[in-house]
Design a protein around this ligand. Structure first.
Ligand code: HEC
Length: 136
């Protein structure tokens, strides 16, 4: 009986872990779609696409760390405090860059070089976390 309970608890916690990882992947894939939209918008002078991409980035980033902290930490069990602090900082940066994108897209002069520079800053944040925290 004890063994059955242990197995049940173990499989339930694995199920929860899988679910957390799936949720994190969902956010990540949405981030990726947002970035593709922004890039497509930049290259095709399409303001709507850029706006839509920036909006998607911000929505997914809002509770990014709070909702996905556990799944993130699993990638860096040896230093969970660093993973949390890093994710928090990166989340703030992505949000600030998304604000800059909004401003630059809304600006009458529409400087595509400024918009693409901000896009590149965001991409650096994505890659930075993938290199530091993501293990696979
Ligand atoms: C704070 C850390 C962090 C940031 C910031 C981050 N990622 Fe990720 N990303 C991860 C981790 C961890 C995984 C691996 C998830 C897993 O497989 O459990 C991942 C996975 C992914 C994947 C693969 C998802 C899949 O289905 O396997 C994509 C695509 C992705 N990220 C895109 C992005 C983009 C685009 C950005 C920037 C806008 C970004 N990420 C920012 C940590 C981060």
């Amino acid at each position: 009986m004890k063994l059955v309970i242990v197995m049940l608890v173990l499989s339930l916690s694995m199920f929860a872990q899988d679910k957390e990882s799936e949720e994190l992947k969902k956010v990540m894939n949405s981030f990726a779609s947002a970035m593709e939209l922004i890039q497509h918008g930049i290259l095709h002078n399409n303001i709507d696409e850029m706006n839509k991409g920036a909006k998607m980035l911000r929505t997914d980033d809002e509770s990014f760390l709070e909702s996905h902290g556990k799944a993130l930490i699993r990638h860096m069990p040896e230093n969970p405090e660093f993973a949390k602090a890093y994710a928090k900082r990166t989340g703030e940066k992505i949000r600030n860059y998304a604000d800059s994108l909004d401003e630059q897209i809304g600006n009458r002069t529409k400087s595509y070089s400024k918009i693409s520079a901000t896009y590149t800053h965001i991409l650096h944040e994505c890659v930075g976390c993938h290199q530091k925290i993501r293990k696979r």
